[in-house]
Design a protein around this ligand. Structure first.
Ligand code: ADP
Ligand code: MG
Length: 680
């Protein structure tokens, strides 16, 4: 601001100096040198604007310059005299005015200085003219009037001198002015320096301000961006708000609807509550009735069990069924009448219980030469199944016995007979997984599972645990072994479950909980695999060993605090055939003989145990074989026993068939004391 205010006077001063030489007219209007000093303080103050007061000196200069004609008139030389004349003009002034007069005198043709004849036309060269003084041209003196002319010249010289004096004065004034101006210039220079300093600081400030401004601009941009984001957010929120408002409206509508429904429901509820109260009363009455009926049902169930048991007892705690397998493809058809199945006393409708086997005495025929006489052997059992009997038929006969195990009676079902007579077919079933050919084991288990489920409705809960072992040459092996023991049937021992416990368990054998047919099927499959592997190692071992499938049944009636449990044993005995002692010569045969003796020994022990039990002997030789030792809790006492005697229909097997039938008959004659259920 200060700079701008001070600039014009400075420029004006400069311009005034430039004009100094050109503005030479109107010298009369020039103030006298030093006239500015005569100015009053008021005039000085007027020249200063308030903002310029600190530059008062400069303001004074400005006042001087503007209040008077620019530049003093140094010469009165007419412009019309040309530049040459004008240049010469000043030189003719001053103390050298005499020289000028002299030159004029010497050269009268030269144009005299005409101080005040601006509009006078130029004189022709060569013509003399009287000098003009103060605008008056004196009358032309004759050439001879030298005195007059001298007088004129003197006068003129005088005037010039005066004028020169005046000009000197003016010159002094101007020099003074110049000094002043120089002083002012010095002051202005100082001021300019200070202003430059100020300018620098202002620039620095300006730069700082610029930086600040830039920072602020950046900040503004940042804020604008932020604002943009906020605005967008705001818009989004607005949108969301609108959506929520709409949702709220919808919810409000729904709420109203729900409230209406709630009211309706409440009304319905109160009526329902009343209904519930009446229903509760009815239910309470029914619960009482149900409890009474439950008690009655339980009583009836107990009665059923008692009667069932009585029936089994009447049938005998030890029963023997005879099953004759059909003649297989490729086998010789036996002569008619070789095996007969005579009707019972009630005729053909009665299930067969008799079997008649005729045997021709070849030895006698050879001796006499007469046709071989035949000897008929009649046997009667609890039931006889001729060759055409179906697996289902056979099972029907034993299903009630199997069910006894659920009621807490230990059950043993044996299959006895020579190898190839159909023991395995009877116990496990035929080949190919045909459901029609399923044996007693899968059928018995299916039956037990379904009955247990029915009993569940009466409050009974049953659990089943299966094991399957084989006893070969008086060693026990697990048929359910898996992993590394698979096929090897790692050796097992029969031990008491705990000190003082009656229960027996086989060490190293798997006891697998089962609850459905599929699980049992898997176990039977595994046992078959284990037997098959063993068969490759030891020829036809399966027929030389006893297979014992045991199912531990545990039942509980929690509400009545009743428990019952009993084992169901399904035993596929080793082939009962005897080895001809005459053939036992080679080392292989000797092994075979020992094996057979072991089998015979265990089978005869079984017979002896049954006899001892039947005769109520004090000592029952359970320990004489692993089989009887393992089954001791399921033989005698409360146990129920069933023996299938499997017979081959072939005439060539007649001898073994007779042996089997005789053994079975002995067993059939045994009556073991009244069975007692294992109830707690
Ligand atoms: P075991 O176990 O007494 O040595 P198997 O059960 O292996 O005898 O029977 C020998 C053969 O006779 C097997 O091929 C079997 O399928 C067949 N078989 C046994 N009993 C019957 C039957 N009731 N109906 C059809 N085939 C039978
Ligand atoms: Mg078999």
């Amino acid at each position: 601001m200060n700079m701008q205010a001070q600039r014009p006077p400075l420029l004006e001063v400069k311009r005034n100096f430039e004009l100094k030489t050109t503005l030479v007219k109107a010298s009369s209007r020039l103030p006298l040198p030093g006239s500015k000093l005569k100015r009053g303080p008021d005039q000085m103050e007027d020249a200063l604007e308030p903002a310029k007061k600190r530059t008062r000196g400069l303001g004074a200069v400005t006042k001087i310059d503007t209040s008077r004609p620019r530049g003093p008139v140094l010469s009165t030389v007419s412009q019309t005299q040309g530049p040459a004349a004008a240049q010469k003009g000043p030189k003719k002034t001053g103390p050298r005015g005499c020289t000028t007069v002299a030159s004029v005198l010497k050269n009268p043709k030269a144009a005299p200085v005409a101080p005040a004849a601006p509009a006078a036309p130029a004189q022709k060269p060569g013509t003399s003219a009287a000098p003009m003084v103060a605008g008056k041209r004196p009358g032309k003196r004759p050439a001879w009037d030298l005195k007059g002319q001298l007088c004129d010249l003197n006068e003129e010289l005088k005037r010039y001198r005066e004028k020169t004096q005046k000009l000197d004065q003016e010159n002094q004034g101007l020099q003074e002015q110049l000094r002043e101006v120089q002083e002012q210039a010095t002051v202005l220079g100082t001021e300019r320096n200070s202003l430059a300093g100020e300018l620098a600081s202002v620039r620095t400030q300006a730069e700082q301000s610029q930086q600040k401004l830039e920072t602020l601009c950046a900040r503004v941009l940042e804020l604008e961006e932020c604002l943009g984001t906020k605005e967008r957010l705001f818009q989004e929120l607005q949108k969301e708000k609108l959506e929520l408002q709409e949702e709220q409206k919808a919810l409000a509508t729904r709420l109203e609807e729900q409230e209406r429904r709630l009211q309706a429901s409440e009304t319905a509820l109160s009526s329902s509550e009343a209904e519930v109260v009446s229903l509760r009363q009815k239910t309470a009455a029914q619960v009482t009735l149900l409890a009474e009926q439950g008690d009655r049902l339980h009583g009836l169930e107990m009665e059923r069990r008692r009667l069932h048991n009585q029936l089994q007892e009447l049938k005998g705690n030890i029963r023997v069924f005879c099953r004759v397998r059909p003649v297989l493809a490729g086998e010789p058809t036996p002569s008619p009448g070789f095996l007969l199945f005579p009707h019972g006393p009630a005729g053909p409708s009665d299930p067969p219980t008799h079997l008649s086997l005729s045997r021709s005495d070849d030895r006698r025929a050879t001796l006499t030469g007469a046709p071989a006489p035949t000897t008929r052997h009649d046997f009667s059992f609890d039931r006889v199944f001729p060759p055409g009997s179906k697996q289902e038929e056979v099972f029907e006969e034993i299903s009630m016995l199997v069910q006894s195990a659920l009621d807490g009676y230990p059950v043993c079902i044996f299959a006895y007979g020579q190898t190839g007579s159909g023991k395995t077919f009877t116990m496990e079933g035929g080949p190919g997984g045909d459901p029609q050919l399923e044996g007693l084991i899968p059928r018995a288990l299916r039956h037990l599972f379904s009955v247990a489920q029915e009993m569940g409705g009466q409050g009974w809960t049953y659990s089943f645990v299966a094991s399957y072992v084989e006893i070969y040459n008086e060693t026990v092996r697990d048929l359910l072994a898996t992993g590394t023991r698979k096929g090897q049937g790692g050796e097992c021992e029969i031990r008491r479950a705990g000190p003082g416990s009656e229960e027996l368990t086989v060490t190293n054998a798997r006891y697998v909980p089962v609850s459905c047919e599929k699980e049992v099927e898997a176990l039977l499959h595994l046992a078959r695999q284990n037997r098959a592997v063993a068969r490759t190692a030891q020829n036809e071992r399966s027929s030389r060993s006893h297979s014992v499938f045991q199912l531990q049944i545990s039942g509980e009636h929690a509400a009545r605090g009743l428990q019952c449990g009993a084992p169901l044993n399904l035993i596929d005995l080793a082939g009962s055939e005897r080895l001809d002692p005459g053939l036992a010569l080679g080392p292989g045969e000797r092994d075979r003989l020992r094996e057979t003796q072991a089998i015979n020994s265990s089978l005869s022990t079984l017979g002896l145990v049954i006899m001892a039990l039947s005769n109520k002997e004090s000592h029952v030789p359970y320990r004489n074989s692993k089989l009887t030792y393992l089954l001791q809790n399921s033989l005698g006492g409360s146990a129920k026993m069933l023996m299938f005697v499997n017979i081959s229909p072939l005439e060539e097997n007649v001898s073994e068939s007779l042996n089997s039938l005789r053994f079975a008959s002995k067993v059939n004659q045994c009556v073991i004391g009244t069975a007692q259920a294992n109830k707690k």
